[in-house]
Design a protein around this ligand. Structure first.
Ligand SMILES: CC(C)(COP(=O)(O)OP(=O)(O)OC[C@H]1O[C@@H](n2cnc3c(N)ncnc32)[C@H](O)[C@@H]1OP(=O)(O)O)[C@@H](O)C(=O)NCCC(=O)NCCS
Length: 128
């Protein structure tokens, strides 16, 4: 779903982070299928800094706050694993969505996977 709609990856978005044992995949599902997902993993050995990516919700399920719930769950999961901050490369169209969830911009727009993205961050030690 994510691969086809985003048209960023040629065939699959699997990468080395999918092979790591410390990568966590969170999904939202009906009784019969997965309809949303997000991935998170520590960026350093201390486990202080986490990254989230591959957030996606099936189009017909984008009315249930599932995307927000997945982001909040990813953030709280990183915090429970001892993370201090969490980072993400956010597509420009989704910056407002993340701001509403407490994330802030972190530096200048960048090119990531050949598309403009905004680095964003959330402080895991200041979660409400
Ligand atoms: C971005 C995405 C995950 C949001 O999922 P979702 O389930 O639709 O989000 P929610 O239902 O939790 O939305 C919560 C609120 O944010 C709003 N919102 C959703 N996407 C938004 C966006 N891109 N910009 C601003 N607001 C947005 C919703 O309208 C909703 O508003 P409301 O509370 O006033 O009703 C989903 O649109 C998606 O899968 N997009 C394609 C993949 C993608 O862009 N992934 C992120 C890559 S950085």
């Amino acid at each position: 779903m994510f691969v086809v709609e985003q048209a960023i990856f040629p065939a699959t978005d699997r990468d080395e982070f999918d092979e790591r044992i410390d990568t966590i995949h969170l999904v939202g599902a009906t009784e019969s299928r997965v309809v949303g997902a997000v991935r998170l993993y520590p960026l350093d050995r201390t486990g202080d800094v986490w990254q989230g990516d591959r957030l996606a919700v099936e189009p017909e399920f984008r009315v249930y706050q599932l995307g927000s719930d997945l982001v909040r769950l990813a953030v709280s999961t990183a915090a429970e694993h001892g993370g201090r901050i969490m980072k993400a490369h956010i597509q420009i169209a989704n910056v407002r969505f993340f701001e509403r969830l407490g994330w802030t911009t972190d530096g200048f727009e960048e090119t990531y996977h050949a598309r403009p993205h905004q680095p964003m961050v959330i402080d895991l030690l200041r979660l409400g």
